[in-house]
Design a protein around this ligand. Structure first.
Ligand code: CDP
Ligand code: MG
Length: 138
């Protein structure tokens, strides 16, 4: 069964959206295989976002992602990687369609600020395996 890695980011946890987001996962008939609350370290985020580390806005991403606890997890189901990306919506909430998590719960970033977009999801099978190993080690 295909698996993907997700994060409910600090804005989602602070705003009390954990239940809403887990409900959407369960309603979609995906199985929650792993679930955990934790603080992300800069060291871990540098590995997680290895393709973004050299971008000028990376320090803002670190500030954002370490601003409070995150909920991390693994979910499984048919085509869960692509389906979860669709459920999340586009990276910039202004482009995220209504009905998606980012389209329902977030707004476009302020100039020069990080994009507070509530959730993360692996973008490919390779990313999912890499991220599960990195965060959970299995
Ligand atoms: O999360 P997703 O895969 O949709 O987007 P990404 O391009 O992999 O970027 C990872 C995360 O970095 C985004 O979800 C945003 O929270 C943040 N980001 C940002 O703050 N500003 C940008 N210009 C691009 C990404
Ligand atoms: Mg990404």
């Amino acid at each position: 069964m295909e698996q993907t890695f997700f994060i409910i980011k600090p804005d989602g946890v602070k705003r009390g959206l954990v239940g809403e987001i887990l409900t959407r996962i369960e309603r979609r008939t995906f199985t929650i295989d792993h679930l955990e609350v934790r603080m992300a370290s800069e060291e871990l985020l540098r590995k997680h976002y290895e393709d973004l580390v050299d971008r000028p806005f990376f320090p803002q991403i670190v500030d954002y992602m370490t601003s409070g606890p995150v909920v991390i997890g693994v979910i499984s189901g048919n085509d869960v990687i692509q389906t979860w990306r669709t459920m999340m919506g586009a990276t910039n909430p202004k482009d995220a369609v209504l009905g998606s998590i980012r389209g329902d719960f977030a707004q476009a970033p302020a100039d020069g600020g990080a994009t507070f977009n509530v959730v993360h999801g692996s973008d490919s099978k390779e990313s999912a395996e890499r991220e599960i190993a990195l965060w959970i080690g299995k």
